[in-house]
Design a protein around this ligand. Structure first.
Ligand code: PHE
Length: 530
């Protein structure tokens, strides 16, 4: 669908120029600013009276479900395996223990203001669903600086192994591209494509776009940063030599350079003040005793009239009967829970694999602020094994902060092939040293979170390979009798809290629609009998 639509716009553009493409996009409704999530599920107050719902998993999907159902009077129980809410939404602070499934254990020994969002760490402004809950629950938000021109792009084998400021790579690339395109136009290579008027307007645009000289050459720009800043009295601005086009092509910076152009990565980005887990704790405060912690789901069964969930609490095994179930567990966990799911759901569970992302975080003096003028944003390394360094957006100008050096799926990555945790931590420190020579040894008290080895997650997010949407996704997004699945794996906004919110809303809508029609059918039957 997306491809066809894009194709259509492209063809409209070919036939009628930019104006036609623009009009086509407008008529397709593509130029509005839209949020992802469906609006609040419109559950009728009191409509859930007397109806029991077992909610499996206290991540965002489970919490949203319990919160909305609670408003409508349903009798909910959330079974959560851990002693905290949030699932992947997890903030590591001083004293937090991180224990892997293989027994490897770390405990954060940090200052009071230091924290690190091991899971979700940013809230795009288009994610209206999760942002609405922040507002409704009073979770204070601040800007998360997702990109900064002062951060670096780095490739070991180009530019003498020195990091390049993003402003330099971005604007010098743009200058070169503009110069080349202006040359094409001036050499009449685009006469077929451009009218005489458009030619002139295009050239004038390129001068602005690339900061070109009046002869359409690119000789550098203060946009790329300067060798010397202008100042008082005689101090004049001195431009830098532009980076050469050939070297820029060699460096292959494009992914890092264009990262912030992805819709979900664009400014303005937010984060809760004090840590992402302020969101699940705000839900938990509203839900109170509805959440049962340390309750590990052992069996998911169907009964004549509902569901029966067997779970372990400490050493005792318990069971809960309910009319409906919202199963908001990660698919990784469902793989080993005995269940009465239909064969198509069981197949979907078998077929679904998870990525194994990790993050490495360090407490450190804020040398990136004091020495290099970096206040938030992400530096990208294209020669591995560490792919990025992500600077904190909280408490700028304070003494210390938590910086992330390395974040991504490990399978098939150079980082993942490192032999052990000490080697990974060493690589993480070394990446910071490459970007900030002389400062790698400032990093202290590392915390390494590898989601594949975190109990009750065992993976970071669903791998959406070729067949996912045509097969497994269909099973997860339809009810299995009285069981409704929720979580970001039931949404096309994968690996985002927004996906979990939207999926929970959709599950509740399906469930309450069924309840309403059953209630109506019963009422009619009663009337017929009476
Ligand atoms: N939402 C996650 C993040 O912001 C994972 C993700 C990364 C999703 C990049 C889409 C694109 O890091």
């Amino acid at each position: 669908m997306a491809n066809t639509r894009r194709d259509f716009i492209r063809r409209a553009g070919h036939a009628g120029g930019f104006g036609a493409a623009f009009a086509t996009m407008q008529s397709l409704g593509l130029l509005q600013t839209i949020g992802y999530a469906a609006s609040t599920p419109d559950l009728i107050p009191e409509s859930g009276k007397g109806i029991k719902v077992a909610i499996l998993g206290g991540g965002i999907a489970g919490l949203v479900s319990a919160y909305e159902l609670g408003k409508a009077g349903f009798d909910c129980t959330v079974l959560e395996a851990r002693d905290r809410p949030g699932g992947r939404n997890w903030t590591v602070r001083d004293g937090t223990s991180v224990e892997f499934t293989d027994g490897f254990k770390q405990t954060a020994n940090w200052g009071p203001d230091s924290y690190f969002n091991a899971g979700p760490a940013r809230l795009p402004s288009v994610h209206k669903g999760i942002l609405r809950y922040c507002k409704e629950l009073g979770v204070e938000l601040e800007v998360e600086v997702n990109s900064s021109r002062s951060t670096y792009l780095f490739n070991e084998s180009t530019f003498g192994g020195k990091p390049v400021e993003q402003r330099q790579a971005i604007n010098d690339t743009r200058g070169h591209v503009s110069e080349l395109l202006a040359k094409c136009i001036n050499q009449n290579a685009l006469d077929q494509e451009l009218t005489k008027d458009d030619r002139e307007r295009m050239l004038s645009f390129l001068r602005t776009y690339g900061d070109l000289k009046s002869n359409y050459s690119y000789t550098g720009s203060s946009r790329s940063g300067v060798a010397q800043l202008p100042g008082a009295g005689p101090q004049e601005e001195e431009l830098r030599e532009p980076l050469g086009l050939h070297a820029l092509l060699d460096a292959n910076f494009w992914n890092g350079m264009l990262f912030e152009e992805q819709l979900d990565m664009q400014a303005t980005m937010f984060q809760p003040v004090g840590g992402m887990d302020r969101i699940p704790y705000a839900f938990a405060k509203k839900l109170g005793g509805v959440i049962q912690y340390r309750s590990v789901v052992k069996e998911i069964r169907k009964t004549e009239t509902g569901v029966r969930i067997v779970y372990a609490r400490g050493s005792s095994e318990k069971a809960i009967e309910a009319d409906y179930c919202i199963c908001a567990l990660p698919v990784t966990l469902m793989k080993s829970i005995p269940n009465d799911f239909t064969p198509s759901v069981q197949q979907a569970i078998t077929d679904t694999g998870y990525a194994d992302a990790s993050k490495v975080a360090w407490e450190s003096k804020r040398f990136w602020e004091t020495e290099t003028n970096i206040y938030g944003g992400i530096s990208f390394l294209s020669s591995g094994p560490i792919n990025l360094v992500w600077y904190p957006s909280s408490k700028h100008f304070s003494e210390t902060g938590v910086v992330i050096s390395g974040y991504g799926a490990e399978r098939n990555s150079r980082f993942g092939q490192l032999p052990d945790v000490p080697a990974k931590l060493a690589a993480s420190r070394e990446a910071v040293e490459k970007l900030h020579p002389g400062f790698g040894d400032q990093l202290r008290n590392p915390m390494y979170v590898y989601w594949a080895k975190i109990p009750y997650n065992q993976g970071s997010w669903v791998n959406r390979g070729a067949g996912f949407y045509s097969d497994a996704y269909k099973a997860f997004t339809e009810p299995d009798d009285r069981i409704y699945f929720a979580g970001d794996h039931c949404s096309r906004v994968g690996a985002w809290q927004e996906g979990a919110v939207g999926a929970a809303h959709r599950a509740l809508e399906m469930m309450t629609t069924r309840i309403r029609s059953e209630q109506q059918a019963r009422a009619e039957k009663k009337r017929a009998v009476g």
